[in-house]
Design a protein around this ligand. Structure first.
Ligand code: IMP
Ligand code: MG
Length: 184
């Protein structure tokens, strides 16, 4: 794969993402008018989405970061979610919104939400850019969701394949053909 190779199958264009992020930002702005918003971005996948989302939210807010991992280098979840960096701050006065790139099996979101619940925030909700409900292995549904997508491995706008492609400004599908080209 090359960064200029436009043969990739684009699922969400830069324009689609911009529009959707603004819609989500407006919705969150309305919903959190009288609240004390504390955004937690789950790294690394959500760093670009969250940076755009917070700029579309017209409220005073706090932002912090957590790191979790479940995937390794493969295309499937390992099923085991680890928190590598936690939020140390007291969250009891805050309305926490956890932001991630994608809900796939849902195991990451469920694990991190349950962990955050033990910190007794005033309220706790989740927001993802992409939702793949066909792959869900838990009962957790994100509270805010950008795009519901089919069962495909998607990359770009923060989402990685192997070590790369997080910096591509749109979301595209990694096809068998792309994988063969990368391996060859
Ligand atoms: P989960 O299966 O919902 O726990 O997803 C865990 C993490 O896997 C997500 O936060 C993403 O970082 C990553 N992931 C899931 N599906 C994809 C995909 O299609 N492309 C790239 N990363 C993905
Ligand atoms: Mg990832």
């Amino acid at each position: 794969m090359n960064i200029d190779d436009k043969k990739w199958e684009i699922l969400c264009s830069e324009e689609d993402i911009k529009q959707k992020t603004n819609e989500l930002g407006n919705l969150i702005t309305e919903d959190y008018q009288d609240k004390n918003l504390y955004v937690i971005s789950l790294l690394r996948g959500s760093f670009i989405f969250c940076a755009d989302l917070v700029r579309a939210i017209d409220l005073k807010l706090n932002i912090n970061f957590m790191i979790s991992s479940s995937y390794g280098d493969g295309l499937q979840t390992s099923g085991k979610v680890t928190i590598n960096k936690d939020v140390e701050e007291d969250l009891t006065d805050y309305d926490v919104l956890l932001v991630d790139d994608i809900a796939d099996s849902g195991l990451t979101l469920k694990h991190v939400m349950e962990h955050l619940k033990t910190k007794n925030p005033k309220s706790l909700k989740s927001c993802v850019l992409l939702n793949k409900p066909s792959r869900r292995l838990t009962d957790l549904e994100p509270d805010y969701c950008g795009f519901t997508i089919p069962d495909a491995f998607v990359v770009g706008y923060g989402l990685n394949y192997g070590d790369h492609y997080r910096n591509i400004p749109y979301v595209f599908i990694v096809t068998e053909e792309d994988r063969d080209r990368q391996e060859n």
